[in-house]
Unconditional design. Structure first.
Lengths: 594, 204
């Protein structure tokens, strides 16, 4: 039996009849996207505040009495886990994935709207479980975001009683939520594209989100498996990961478990997780750069291939996080090699972004500021990744501030800059209002220069050998006074960057009411989401008729065209249509038939 | 179209409508089936990682095998019957007939419930033999793996119960055919997973 996709059928939509079904129990992908985005940003603010508390302690070790060593470690742990999983993953995939996939695919909604709604509420439940750990027992776990056993379960680790249980439970619930959402994203991209929209006509945002979702679906199980097994160890006294260990002179009941097994499972999830965050960022920034440079993305096919190659390779580099855990030299050689190989498609993408800008008609507005800023920070973080990918360089730099600087540049600052670029870029479509351009640019400069002021000196601290994860450095010979002063400077920069994020919140909330009414397509973008009949798009997105796509998403500055972009749903009247039966990618129809 | 051909498309050169109503690259099947296949891959990764963990843990010095309850063979038989009944239901649904479909489909679920009851009974046998979840790493894995498998089965039974209610309330076959097909696929998958787990648990 042949099926036509939902996009071409009269899809049964659950039209909301009340405020509650429209904005709370909504099955509309756009509302769910805003719910995901709002929750992720809210919990991200919690993580930001935690980081500022840590910086106050590090910059002014004996001045403030805000946190003690235990709450310092709890802050480290919660900051890391919230930022990586509950903010970045949820905002890129739950937020932008939900908003953009159906619109960019010319669909009315996700394939399974009810499951999509369920995904958000289960995600919210996971956030609430995580937040609950602040209010129980000793508070949240302080084992570090990697949750390495046996430390997680030892009495000296804060939150070893209930904090760790809530963390693991929350992660398991998050994975259930992600799987429900992820199945929706993947199936919608595959099955629910509108007429004429081939996979290679999709904007790179969809490609990035699609491949990242596949990574998530295949990598999160590793975290689920390790979380379940560690819950068994914690609650039921098994010894999957817990070795024989003596705590305060008393042997614990555990015996013979393998902490290294946990590390392998954790990083088998953990490294793809980097790309679960990075690939959507790659996709979104490509579209922002191309639109505001008024040029097609350079090397579209290469960009798609690179996304797929990076996705595949991300599953065979995980043990580069474990060089100091002890491994066979050949094992280290293998993972160092794969790590350096993954730099090739990644570098290719960077070249293509720069070449997209080359001789473009660049419009330097706020989203473009953030997108170009991302290229800087990503190159920076990527290059330090090449250092750390080599075993011999990693060993002395491991557990120093160099590592902190590296991963914050590459998967903290860089994706966050893309998030801001994307939030500003799509804000007019989401809200129907323009944001305040000047405020957004001030926000950019404060964030961009501020984060450099934070992380550039950290590389130097790392070279000095200043260790990470220390509550206080105290007085040691190898750490000169200048390093302490640098720490103070970093803290001041961090406070400045933290405070400057208020500009973002003021801007988006102020503009909701006071912003100029947005045109349907204020940036002159060619992709489908800007061609909706209503702005913001109403439930069902497309009015009575679904769009038909005639071209790829990057027809900018086409010679002879009457404006500098041609929307994807604009017919090419002089060119014949191409039938599927005659499809031959190597056959240049447009030239051959004209 | 092969995936390589699809990815080689120079989309910037080709204008006009490509493909018919079904977009190129889409699978010629219901979206629910595509989603289920993706989910089965995810579940395969979960079970594979548990199994890899099992083999790695086995290599450690304190590993001591346990005697698996003999009734696992009987339970396996129950699951095989369950799977066969689902396949029977599917064949009937595919032919468009209603004859015996309730017996086959509901019977398949009932045998799955009996399988879970059998597994619980096997847990009881292990407890009676002195093996609890934390008393031995092999026992820990036994409870873990059978438990995770049973949880997957309970998820399937939830969908089965919804479809059964529709079937019993007189829904047209064409309205429940897809549910029956997907339940059958899922049951076969869980049978294969169980056979692999059973082989691993029995031989180590």
């Amino acid at each position: 039996m042949a099926y036509v996709p939902l996009a071409d059928q009269e899809q049964e939509l659950h039209h909301p009849h009340s405020w509650v079904t429209k904005y709370v129990w909504s099955q509309d992908h756009k509302v769910i996207a805003v719910q995901y985005g709002g929750t992720a940003i809210a919990v991200g603010v919690v993580a930001l505040v935690l980081s500022l508390l840590m910086r106050l302690q590090l910059g002014f070790p004996e001045t403030f009495d805000l946190i003690d060593p235990s709450s310092y470690y709890q802050s480290v742990t919660m900051h890391g886990m919230i930022m990586v999983v509950y903010l970045l993953t949820a905002l890129f995939l739950g937020g932008f994935g939900n908003y953009l996939i159906p619109l960019m695919c010319g669909a009315r909604d996700m394939v399974f709207p009810f499951l999509n709604m369920l995904s958000y509420w289960v995600y919210l439940l996971s956030v609430l479980i995580l937040m609950a750990s602040f209010f129980v027992g000793e508070g949240p776990t302080g084992a570090g975001w990697t949750l390495y056993p046996p430390q997680t379960n030892m009495a000296g680790t804060p939150g070893h009683d209930s904090g760790i249980v809530l963390m693991l439970l929350s992660l398991a619930v998050f994975i259930v939520a992600f799987t429900m959402g992820g199945l929706n994203y993947v199936v919608t991209v595959l099955q629910n594209r509108c007429r004429g929209l081939t996979m290679m006509r999709l904007p790179l945002s969809v490609w990035g989100i699609f491949v990242a979702t596949c990574l998530g679906l295949f990598a999160f199980p590793a975290l689920l498996v390790s979380a379940i097994m560690m819950l068994f160890d914690t609650l039921l006294g098994t010894s999957f990961f817990m070795p024989a260990v003596i705590e305060s002179g008393t042997p614990l009941d555990h015996n013979g478990g393998s902490p290294i097994l946990f590390q392998h499972l954790f990083w088998f999830f953990g490294h793809p997780e980097v790309y679960i965050v990075a690939l959507p960022a790659f996709g979104l920034v490509s579209d922002v750069l191309s639109t505001h440079a008024r040029k097609n993305i350079f090397g579209y096919r290469m960009m798609v291939w690179a996304i797929i190659a990076i996705g595949g390779l991300s599953f065979i580099v995980w043990a580069h996080h474990m060089y100091v855990s002890g491994m066979h030299p050949y094992f280290g050689f293998f993972f160092a090699t794969t790590t350096l190989i993954i730099a090739v498609p990644t570098a290719l993408k960077v070249y293509n972004w720069v070449l997209t800008l080359w001789e473009g008609d660049i419009r330097l507005n706020a989203p473009m500021y953030f997108a170009i800023g991302f290229i800087f920070t990503f190159i920076h973080g990527g290059l330090t990744g090449l250092f750390l990918g080599n075993v011999v360089i990693d060993l002395p730099l491991s557990d120093t501030y160099f590592v902190v600087a590296h991963f914050h540049m590459v998967m903290g600052v860089s994706p966050v800059l893309v998030l801001f670029a994307a939030l500003y870029h799509w804000y007019p479509k989401i809200t129907g209002r323009m944001f305040h351009e000047g405020m957004a640019k001030v926000h950019f400069w404060c964030t961009f220069l501020g984060t450099y002021a934070i992380y550039l000196p950290m590389h130097y601290l790392g070279f000095l050998g200043v260790p990470r994860r220390y509550y206080a450095l105290g007085s040691t010979d190898f750490i000169p006074q200048s390093a302490h002063d640098l720490n103070t400077t970093i803290t001041i920069a961090a406070l400045f960057v933290g405070a400057s994020q208020l500009l973002f919140f003021i801007n988006i909330f102020w503009s909701l009411r006071n912003g100029k009414k947005a045109d349907p397509n204020p940036w002159g973008s060619a992709s489908l989401e800007w061609q909706t009949p209503d702005t913001p798009p109403v439930h069902g997105n497309w009015g009575p008729e679904l769009p038909t796509v005639y071209r790829w998403a990057y027809d900018y500055s086409v010679p002879g065209a009457h404006q500098d972009f041609i929307p994807q749903n604009t017919p090419e009247s002089v060119e014949p249509t191409v039938d599927e039966q005659h499809f031959d990618p190597d056959h240049d129809v447009s030239k051959a038939d004209l | 179209m092969s995936i390589f051909k699809l990815l080689a498309d120079k989309s910037w050169e080709r204008k006009g409508i490509i493909g018919g109503l079904r977009p190129t690259g889409a699978f010629d099947t219901a979206p629910e089936r595509v989603a289920l296949v993706f989910f089965l891959v995810v579940a395969t990764v979960v079970f594979s990682l548990f199994t890899v963990g099992y083999f790695i843990r086995m290599e450690l010095p304190d590993w001591a095998p346990i005697e698996d309850p003999a009734k696992l063979w009987f339970n396996t038989g129950l699951l095989v019957v369950s799977s066969v009944l689902f396949q029977w239901a599917r064949n009937i649904a595919d032919s468009g007939s209603r004859k015996n479909i309730k017996t086959a489909f509901i019977g398949g679920g009932v045998f799955a419930v009996l399988f879970i009851a059998g597994q619980l009974s096997a847990w009881g046998d292990l407890n009676a033999a002195g093996y609890y979840v934390a008393s031995n790493p092999a026992a820990s894995f036994f409870f873990l793996l059978t438990g995770v498998h049973a949880v997957h089965m309970l998820g399937g039974l939830w969908v089965w119960s919804k479809s059964s209610i529709r079937l019993l309330s007189g829904s047209e076959i064409k309205d429940v055919r897809l549910s029956i097909q997907l339940c059958t696929l899922y049951w076969h998958f869980l049978l294969i997973v169980w056979l692999v787990l059973f082989a691993v648990l029995s031989n180590t």
